[in-house]
Design a protein around this ligand. Sequence first.
Ligand SMILES: Nc1ncnc2c1ncn2[C@@H]1O[C@H](COP(=O)(O)OP(=O)(O)OP(=O)(O)O)[C@@H](O)[C@H]1O
Ligand SMILES: [Mg+2]
Length: 490
Amino acid sequence: MVDDERMIRWSIQQALSKDGHSVAAVETGEEAVAQASDEMPDLVFLDITLPGIDGVEVLRRLKSIEPSVSVVMVTATDDVKTAVEAMRLGAYDYVSKPFDLDRLRVIAQNALDRHDLRQEVEFHRKESVKKYGFHRIVGVSKRLSDVVEIARKVARSEAATVLLQGESGTGKDLLAQAIHYESRRANRPFIPINCTALPTELLESELMGHEKGAFTDAKAGKKGLFEVADGGTIYLDEIGDMKVDLQAKMLRFIETKTFKRVGGHRDIEVDVRIIAATNKDLPGAVRSGAFREDLFYRLNVIPIEMPALRERREDILPLADHFLALLNHDVKREVPGFTPETLSALREYDWPGNVREMRNLIERGLILGEGEYLEIRPSSGLAGRQSPKVPANTEGGMDRGAAGTAAGTTVGTTDTETVGAGVDPHTGATGGGIAAMFTLPSRGVVLEEVERSFIVQALEMQGGNQTKAAELLGLTRDALRYRMKKFELL
Ligand SMILES: Nc1ncnc2c1ncn2[C@@H]1O[C@H](COP(=O)(O)OP(=O)(O)OP(=O)(O)O)[C@@H](O)[C@H]1O
Ligand SMILES: [Mg+2]
């Protein structure tokens, strides 16, 4: 409380102390600035007419010490013009003398609530940066550092559109989040939109919203994601898969940052940054006509290429250590490191599924492996297990991310269906490791053929002894005979 009139100081101090606030009262602007630089109060009541530096100047100085401080100006009745100027300088409100103490108490409470809210927002923003910032991106290579450096500049810039290209699993999502959460947009939404997931009509109302009555059950208007994202970032993931008819609408939106709700006529303008990502060859898609050239150029303002992991091998071991620590925690294990063989295998592997593949591999190894040190072999899933003979074509692939297989013959992800003919995963000695050993070839299989082939192999290995063959397959002898009949082997 800054006022040269003793009575005013006293009455405000009384009223606010009763509400539980602790109030310091000073007579001059100089004293106020000196005290505030020791400790800034949450709220300042500031008289405009003071003996030394005047209230407006005090306001300026307080704001330069702490821009978020809330200041309520106290004015003589004829001084409203100055009060308005003070508001322009960032004062929160003003009260004219003589004032009603109750009104003053309400103003104080509102200003303090707002102060708390701001602190809370700032707290969450800092938490988000901790959770999603650039520090999450692990790696030591020059290629990666260059990418991160560009992304940091982009984050500081206002709203430049970014096009992230790179193979599946290279960290595009991670980078997009970091750009958002380390920009001034951080306390507004980050809205990821998967461009493949929805059919065009649905996607359109999802993105642009709709007006009341736009279709039969549109009983009320609804904001779309473009509106929700106002002030924040829209992440258009898998942009290369966007249908051509939607591309035209997207082009208009990106050019003008305006759109119309479905069934609406007015243009709605929003302030958003667009980050688009794809693991497709977008220039190629432009050449083949699958992607609009004008849209490509609109998006390609700041192109960022995420390098494949095999092009930055120095990152392999730091990433492996990072995931070991992270996933140990998640799966409640305390594996201290990798076996030497594993380390060299990790280093030499080509990582077609990039960082995601490594993460999955280490997670699987931690869940299934039992040794003190982590033993994994990237080319064949879990090491240390006897691989049964498998049909040609299924060797060599472990977890290949969705798009990393242009040249490969096998596609397998962690959720690939097990191709283990007749092997009961619950009884087989191989147990949960089976999925790691057999991967489904991209051209597919006829499951019955695989099953038949395994039965024949088991019988051959056991010299035709059905009981022993059944054991190898995790079946009872009767269950084996039933299948042999089915396949006309009996
Ligand atoms: N440099 C990195 N440091 C730490 N984790 C990473 C890094 N790069 C990728 N990851 C992790 O790898 C996984 C895959 O990354 P992300 O989802 O960002 O890939 P993407 O490029 O978007 O792949 P897709 O094209 O398939 O969508 C995530 O779990 C991510 O956290
Ligand atoms: Mg992604």
